[in-house]
Write a protein that binds this ligand. Sequence first.
Ligand code: SAH
Length: 348
Amino acid sequence: MGRIDFSEKLKRQIAATGPISVAHYMGQANAHYYATRDPLGAAGDFTTAPEISQMFGELVGLWLADLWIRAGRPDGACYVELGPGRGTLAADALRAMKAAGLTPPVHLVETSPVLRAAQKERVPDARWHDDVDTLPEDRPLLIVANEFFDALPVRQLARMPGGWCERMVGIDDGAFMPGAGPLVPDNLIPPHLRHAPVGSVLETSPASVAIMRALSERIAGQGGAALIIDYGHERTSIGDTLQAVRGHAYADPFANPGEHDLTVHVDFEALGDAARAGGARVSPVAAQGAFLTAMSIDLRAAALSRAAPARAGEIETARSRLVAPEQMGTLFKAMALTAPAWPEPLGF
Ligand code: SAH
């Protein structure tokens, strides 16, 4: 199904049944987008940390292996990744874990058939899941999610003169058009933000909260840990962060749904609250640069450069992209969940 078909179908649906919520719009658009392409890399729409350098996945793998070793090497622990993209992070992490004595079964949560095929090339022995509900229930889970939560749908709640409203997407003159919809109960808005000025937008992601809660319950009950890395903010705050990216440039999120990646900044405070409610221990939020530096990315970069001197410049450029504050080092953040009986994680 091409662009015209998907966009037209959504327009017809809205024309027939009325405006849909921003969350519904984002969910439908991204499901179509990811199901129909591999968006990663220089020739695609955007690049992610594991595609920049093998160091990223290796340090993630070492972080998990270190916890597993200090937890007493429990039997049967599984590697779980949410939204694994091309499978690059998983392949790099599994190689590093193997060097540390850990060779876990692999479970990947991925909805896109195109990306499942890409993952199968790099991690042939994996098992795939549509969602977290079907993950193994009887063993520790070592979970990773990089740039997964930013792609999950958010509701946008807008402060209007009469109160907080659900932001909806309707059709105006043949084009998608956001606008204020029905009032929502005030208790959806954290008390300290309830009186934000008219025009303020607050984003909440019920889908993300549900997944975090589920992961946390699994970790608390089965043992294990999760490392969540994404761009976003440490505190729940006011702001419309919905953005569309296509061909490494920003686009209008309300034009051509399904043809560009729709993302939002992740609310780490909301994710942390959901995780605490599920029973796991939640780390402070660390900037990606600080986390990777604490995980000795400098030593890893030096070792790679010694092994391949001709690539030293390229390795340093990649290291700097991952950790420099003006690049990915500050906007991207990491948060860890651990089972209460497991040791404290490195890097926070
Ligand atoms: N983690 C990868 C890819 C990030 S892109 C990397 O860092 O390179 C987002 C990934 O999440 C893609 O694999 C996409 O197909 C997947 N995804 C998006 N929405 C999803 C959903 N609702 N359930 C499962 N996977 C989803």
